[in-house]
Design a protein around this ligand. Structure first.
Ligand code: NAP
Length: 250
């Protein structure tokens, strides 16, 4: 059996209705994992895309604006069996000059990108530590886990925080069979980057800096998620793996 095979595993993917989350769900499903798609929007498009893989597909409604959904996600996801993999992908971005940035835009981003991801991870890890069978966490970080950026203060703080949290949780749980790692996507074509792509100058500047010569297609991210979710990554702990067309190498 391939070390990358996920047959018999079950993965929770947050924000799986679109963009990178949908692509990750598809890649995990193609590797054999059953998918529990968690989010606030309909998962029908993702369900259809995954249908040819033949894996089990469950939808759980959740808005990470509060911690309310966490116990419900655990319960509903657990009804189909053990959850082995958690992908914390749901995330938002708010753009404004730092000097004008509002508390509402700070809190909204931190709540989803950092607080929700931490407490959902904590909830699943409690079960994994109790049954001793381990688990895999894949956090979706960002280039803003390494760089400053402009006009996105809460996003940069949240993604830098998520990278730090990835390392902290890896240190606490690596010896107990739980792998906590992250992926730092570069510039991908999704809703998240719509404003950037709509600005001709920013868009051209970004493209000119990407050694691969093109914006990422969400399908180019799935392999990294499969790797980090699989037994091939059993000795990989606390890394933030860039999938960025070479952006950070520049
Ligand atoms: P996206 O298309 O905007 O997807 C974001 C996902 O998060 C959507 O499924 C969205 O659901 C969900 N979400 C947002 N707020 C939520 C909430 N309160 N409760 C539940 N779900 C919520 O953008 P994306 O690019 O695929 O983003 C996925 C992740 O990748 C994010 O964490 C983002 O920061 C990260 N990322 C993206 C890029 C990039 O270039 N695209 C680069 C680096 C990192 P709705 O559709 O219902 O809003």
């Amino acid at each position: 059996m391939s070390a990358f095979d996920l047959s018999g595993k079950r993965a929770v993917v947050t924000g799986a209705n679109t963009g990178l989350g949908q692509a990750i769900a598809l890649a995990l499903a193609e590797a054999g994992a059953g998918i529990i798609a968690v989010g606030r929007s309909s998962m029908e498009e993702t369900r259809e895309k995954l249908r040819p893989t033949g894996v089990a597909f469950t939808e759980v409604k959740a808005d990470f604006g509060t911690l309310e959904p966490i116990s419900r996600i655990l319960e509903e996801a657990g009804q189909g069996g053990r959850v082995d993999i958690l992908v914390n992908n749901a995330g938002i971005i708010r753009r404004a000059d730092a000097i004008d940035f509002t508390e509402a835009d700070w809190d909204a981003v931190m709540d989803v990108n950092l607080k929700g991801a931490f407490f959902l991870t904590q909830a699943f890890a409690r079960g994994w530590l109790a049954d001793g069978k381990g688990g895999k966490v894949v956090n979706i970080a960002s280039l803003l886990s390494f760089q400053g950026g402009i006009r996105i203060p809460s996003y940069t703080a949240s993604k830098s925080g998520l990278a730090g949290l990835t390392r902290l949780l890896a240190c606490e749980w690596a010896g107990r069979g739980i792998n906590v790692n992250a992926i730092a996507p570069g510039y991908f074509v999704t809703n998240n980057t719509e404003a950037l792509r709509g600005d001709p100058k920013r868009s051209a500047d970004i493209l000119a800096r990407i050694p691969a010569g093109h914006w990422g297609d969400p399908s180019e991210l799935g392999g990294a998620a499969v790797f980090l979710a699989s037994s091939a990554a059993n000795y990989v702990h606390g890394v933030v793996l860039p999938v960025d067309g070479g952006w950070l190498a520049r």
